[in-house]
Write a protein that binds this ligand. Structure first.
Ligand code: NAP
Length: 211
């Protein structure tokens, strides 16, 4: 990861299986809305709530993410979760990144609101919420109700550190992309051209021939 001199850094955690325009639009929207100096994409290693066999090997997810972000000078990528070699918890991600960032840098962890709804089941949720502010990316109209209900007393304690960011409803999900590929359908314009070429060349997601 290149050196970061900046004060506020977005940390875009996700499985990115595969990365798509929804992730890129959300990251750019967060950068703008929270005046972040840069965004570090952190592909998850073995996500805690997923079976390793269900997830595309880390090297492919890393390279697809790298290909997707390289044209944006504000975007970076980190291997902290991939190199840990065991199930990755966000508390470990933040601890490792903290060591690499300037001491006064504020960390904003950006992820889907649905992922954050589960935060109580994460490892050391209070510590996680103390280490970074959270940006929960939602479609317009999602509302704070679901989040405040799911987090209960933790929400009251940390509500100043949890932000909802409504992004334009791009309507793209990694699950839908994998389903389309399995059905032999097109994913053109859902992922960057470079990612599409990589998927085709590597024959990922059961692809045979051009999509
Ligand atoms: P997920 O359960 O696969 O995703 C839940 C929803 O959020 C999906 O709709 C997903 O859309 C969306 N999403 C995921 N990452 C996003 C992002 N960066 N921006 C916008 N939307 C996003 O979640 P996941 O990808 O495995 O995990 C998200 C992050 O939370 C990762 O960094 C993971 O390590 C962390 N996490 C930590 C713990 C823990 O510490 N115990 C537990 C769970 C997750 P797509 O499918 O289209 O991406």
């Amino acid at each position: 990861m290149a050196e970061i001199k900046a004060g506020s850094v977005g940390i875009m955690g996700g499985t990115f299986d595969p990365i798509h325009y929804g992730h890129l639009v959300a990251a750019e929207a967060a950068r703008e809305a929270f005046s972040l100096d840069s965004i570090i994409f952190v592909p998850a290693g073995i996500p805690p709530h997923k079976d390793e066999k269900e997830v595309t090997p880390a090297r492919h997810r890393y390279l697809m993410t790298l290909l997707a972000i390289m044209s944006n000078p504000y975007f970076q990528i980190s291997r902290v979760d991939l190199d840990r070699g065991r199930v990755t918890y966000t508390v470990d991600t933040l601890t490792d990144l903290r060591k690499e960032l300037p001491p006064d840098a504020n960390m904003y962890f950006i992820t889907g609101a649905d992922a954050i709804l589960e935060i109580l089941s994460w490892k050391e949720p209070e510590r996680v919420l103390s280490m970074a502010e959270f940006i929960a990316v939602t479609r317009p109209g999602y509302g704070l109700d679901r989040l405040s209900k799911a987090l209960g007393p933790l929400y009251e304690e940390f509500q100043d550190r949890i932000h909802i960011l409504e992004v334009p409803p791009v309507g793209i999900s990694s699950t839908d992309i994998r389903r389309r590929l399995a059905e032999g359908r097109s994913i053109r314009y859902l992922v960057p051209e470079t990612v599409l070429t990589y998927i085709n060349n590597q024959g990922l997601y059961g692809v045979k021939g051009e999509r």
